[in-house]
Design a protein around this ligand. Structure first.
Ligand SMILES: Cc1cc2nc3c(=O)[nH]c(=O)nc-3n(C[C@H](O)[C@H](O)[C@H](O)COP(=O)(O)OP(=O)(O)OC[C@H]3O[C@@H](n4cnc5c(N)ncnc54)[C@H](O)[C@@H]3O)c2cc1C
Ligand code: SF4
Length: 510
């Protein structure tokens, strides 16, 4: 047999991959902590810790199963810090005759590995990561020749393909989508789920990261690390979700609260994205829980959750592979402003932003509506450069890997793709933020005012956004109404709104 080197990337920790079904003494698995990965953006400390710890545990698991594994640590003397140099070093050291890797999820790494393989004198091969429900190209094939890429159409095709929540070729409950039932404001009378059982002591990996002088952002209590770092823990988080959060997931999925950072969200994105969990296994477990307990877990809760993974997650990946690398440079509104400094501290009087940013710094996590309708909404209204916005999201969130971060940030949230992912920009004044949560009740600003000293900045930025982007948006049939409302406003009032928003925007750079 030929001596083989197989690369495992940090987000390819899939124990169930067919690579591991046989033990072969000619195969060496290589898993590496790389400076190129810790420094392409300034990451949250919890994200670096979670990746390093999960990679270490995965390497140990493969070793204990009998595989030959090299786990290269960040400060090992023979670690050059880059993918290609380390691979060349180990290929030579082990006299490997073949090199193999699993398809990376990121365009950047895909290019790097393709280039590396072309330069090799030995044979190389790529394998599917055996994780996703759809292939890289499936979305492109579904929408071939179409101008619009509707998530809902893609999602229905996936429901039919997998048979999840289907009766024959009809959706269970005679509806594909129960979104209209999923818009409740969080009610303090609803009992919050118990704390998760996951509490890791990651002091060792924390010390290693400090010693290696890796730059990071955010906070951590290393002895009480809340994220799952191996498959066993990921399965615990999934079952905690099904038992305590799923019965309320759909109803409160768009809610926001001053008192709780996670509400009824599953917290499985990190485990999914590094492949500790398989998306289809998660969907089957949720579907099974619904069938076993339909009185406790309503169809709207199960469908609402399944849509996020079978619909949005697969859809975003399809868009990424269809549109990269151009996607990373799109800036439809030509926004140029820098992110205000308080995005790294949360020190602003705007309570919704302060709360969402501080929660992100504390947990390396914010739920979807905080990301979309608080920080994202603000960045879009304020005209922040999407490169700046992307870097912030890519660094701060534990689940941020480019394929799913950039499509959500540049696409869904910033509309910088001009409408590939969304049909209109997700923007709102204070009214929506107040409707979905209790931030406004604890804010220094007045949610109802536009022009008083303590008026909520969202209320003028909202109109400033529509006014300055009229040539780009007025023809969008989903937006026309906004311009009729604006046009009916008194000229003096319009001028005062624009002036107030301008003065707020100018204050952001100080
Ligand atoms: C601006 C912005 C940036 C985002 N960046 C990321 C990111 O870097 N990584 C990431 O995994 N998700 C990202 N999302 C999507 C979503 O916010 C997170 O997946 C979710 O908050 C993770 O928490 P959870 O596991 O508790 O999710 P839940 O609310 O419990 O949802 C369950 C699962 O559905 C999937 N999901 C839900 N919404 C989306 C979506 N829009 N796109 C793809 N998958 C989705 C995730 O895998 C998630 O774990 C982003 C959303 C926005 C608006
Ligand atoms: S009043 Fe405005 S700034 Fe304050 S929490 Fe509400 S929306 Fe946010």
């Amino acid at each position: 047999m030929m001596k083989k080197l197989r690369l495992i990337l940090g987000d390819q920790l899939n124990e169930q991959h067919s690579w591991y079904s046989t033990i072969d003494s000619d195969v060496t698995y290589l898993i590496m902590e790389l400076r190129q990965e810790t420094s392409y953006v300034n990451h949250h400390i919890q994200k670096i810790m979670a990746f390093f710890e999960a990679m270490g545990r995965f390497a140990e698991k493969l070793k204990s199963d009998g595989h030959h594994v090299i786990h290269l640590k960040i400060d090992d003397a023979n670690n050059s810090g880059t993918l290609e140099d380390n691979l060349s070093y180990f290929i030579e050291l082990l006299a490997s005759e073949q090199f193999e890797y699993q398809l990376p999820d990121e365009y950047r790494l895909d290019q790097q590995l393709k280039g590396f393989c072309q330069s090799l004198q030995i044979q190389s091969g790529e394998f599917d990561s055996e994780h996703f429900i759809t292939s890289r190209t499936e979305l492109g094939e579904i929408f071939k020749g179409k101008k619009q890429f509707l998530m809902e159409s893609f999602y229905r095709i996936q429901r039919k393909k997998t048979g999840i929540l289907m009766v024959g070729d009809k959706p269970l409950g005679k509806q594909w989508n129960f979104d209209h039932e999923n818009r409740a404001k969080f009610d303090k009378k609803i009992k919050l789920p118990p704390e998760s059982a996951i509490k890791n002591d990651l002091s060792d990996v924390f010390k290693r990261i400090q010693k290696a002088n890796i730059e990071s952002i955010g906070h951590v209590i290393p002895e009480k690390f809340i994220w799952p770092v191996d498959r066993k823990q990921a399965l615990i988080v999934l079952s905690e979700f099904i038992d305590f959060r799923l019965p309320f997931f759909g109803t409160y999925q768009d809610s926001m609260s001053n008192t709780d950072d996670f509400l009824f969200h599953s917290k499985i994105s990190f485990a999914l994205n590094i492949k500790l969990l398989n998306p289809l296994e998660v969907l089957r477990e949720v579907e099974k829980a619904y069938f076993e307990n339909p009185e406790i877990i309503g169809l709207n809760q199960a469908e609402g959750f399944i849509r996020q993974i079978l619909g949005w997650r697969e859809y975003m990946r399809g868009i990424y592979w269809l549109k990269m690398p151009e996607y990373a440079g799109l800036n439809f509104f030509e926004h140029q402003r820098k992110l205000p400094k308080w995005f790294w501290t949360g020190e602003t009087k705007m309570n919704c932003l302060s709360h969402s940013i501080k929660a992100s710094l504390n947990n390396s996590y914010a739920h979807h509506i905080q990301r979309l309708m608080v920080t994202g909404n603000f960045a879009l209204l304020a005209g922040i450069d999407p490169d700046e916005v992307d870097k912030w999201y890519l660094g701060i969130y534990i689940d941020a890997i480019e394929w799913v971060e950039i499509t959500n940030t540049r696409g869904m949230s910033q509309f910088a793709d001009g409408g590939i992912v969304g049909t209109k920009p997700y923007v709102s004044s204070a009214a929506y933020i107040d409707k979905m949560g209790d931030y406004c009740s604890k804010c220094s600003y007045d949610k109802k005012e536009k022009l008083t000293d303590n008026a909520c900045p969202f209320n003028t930025l909202y109109w400033h956004f529509y006014n300055r982007n009229r040539s780009k948006l007025a023809r969008n049939p989903r937006i026309g109404m906004m311009y009729s409302t604006w046009d009916r406003m008194d000229e003096d009032k319009k001028a005062a709104i624009i002036e107030k928003a301008d003065s707020f925007l100018n204050s952001l750079s100080h």
